[in-house]
Design a protein around this ligand. Structure first.
Ligand SMILES: *Cc1c(COP(=O)(O)O)cnc(C)c1O
Length: 229
């Protein structure tokens, strides 16, 4: 009997390959970020045993409780922060994550730049865009993206890509297309978009990273809004 996590991973990988092929893309250009928030280190270990190496977490503290031990066993893990980051957690985030996808404001850029200089660690950075202009959501406003990119340049921060979470209540395709166009306009290579419900559509629109949680690890018990961190 195989573990459901391994089975789910195989299904997700096959759907990623199919969506990429259908879009005329090489499946190897799409990275699966397995979102392990709320699931324990045992679940992550099962995914690792099934060959998964790239993981996403939305809270610094939760990730800090799970990943350092797993990393001593698997030196090739890649950890992405996909949730909102408070400036006072910049130090912990820079120490732990390989990619920070949720940079969305000047003050955070400043805090990350300071910490990267201090520590010598340089996680790769994506800017999160509030693509649906939703007041309750993190992310820089589309209109403010050029100024944030320019500010990052003055700090010496290289931005590799964009990330978004489209509104939950409408078809995601127009938002994916808009984020893709923004990345092209600004010459950014990486596009993190698509979750369990819509990653094939995101791949069709050019996603290089899809963030898939429940389709791999199972349902999460009714989450409130995630606290920042
Ligand atoms: C939880 C989360 C995901 C994964 O969502 P699923 O619907 O479980 O695949 C992706 N991105 C972000 C930012 C998340 O917080």
């Amino acid at each position: 009997m195989t573990d459901p996590i391994a089975d789910n991973l195989a299904v997700v990988r096959a759907r990623i390959a199919a969506a990429a092929t259908q879009a005329g893309r090489d499946p190897a250009t799409v990275t699966l970020v397995a979102v392990s928030k709320t699931f324990d280190a045992q679940a992550v270990a099962t995914a690792i045993a099934a060959g998964q190496r790239v993981f996403g977490e939305n809270r610094v503290q939760e990730a800090a409780g799970k990943f350092p031990a797993l990393r001593t066993l698997h030196g090739d893990l890649e950890l992405h922060l996909i949730g909102p980051l408070q400036t006072n957690k910049a130090r912990d985030a820079v120490a732990l994550f390989d990619v920070i996808q949720s940079l969305d404001r000047d003050r955070l850029a400043q805090a990350l730049a300071t910490e990267m200089t201090r520590s010598g660690r340089r996680p790769r950075l994506y800017i999160q865009v509030n693509i649906g202009a939703e007041p309750q959501k993190a992310g820089v406003a589309v209109a403010d993206l050029p100024a944030l990119l320019a500010f990052c340049t003055t700090l010496g921060l290289a931005i590799e890509g964009l990330m978004c979470i489209p509104p939950a209540d409408s078809p995601p395709e127009p938002y994916f297309a808009q984020l893709s166009a923004l990345a092209r306009t600004h010459g950014l290579e990486k596009l993190s978009m698509g979750m369990s419900g819509d990653y094939p559509a995101a791949i069709a629109a050019g996603a290089t990273h899809v963030r898939v949680g429940s389709a791999i690890f199972g349902g999460r018990s009714a989450p409130g809004p995630a606290p920042a961190g």
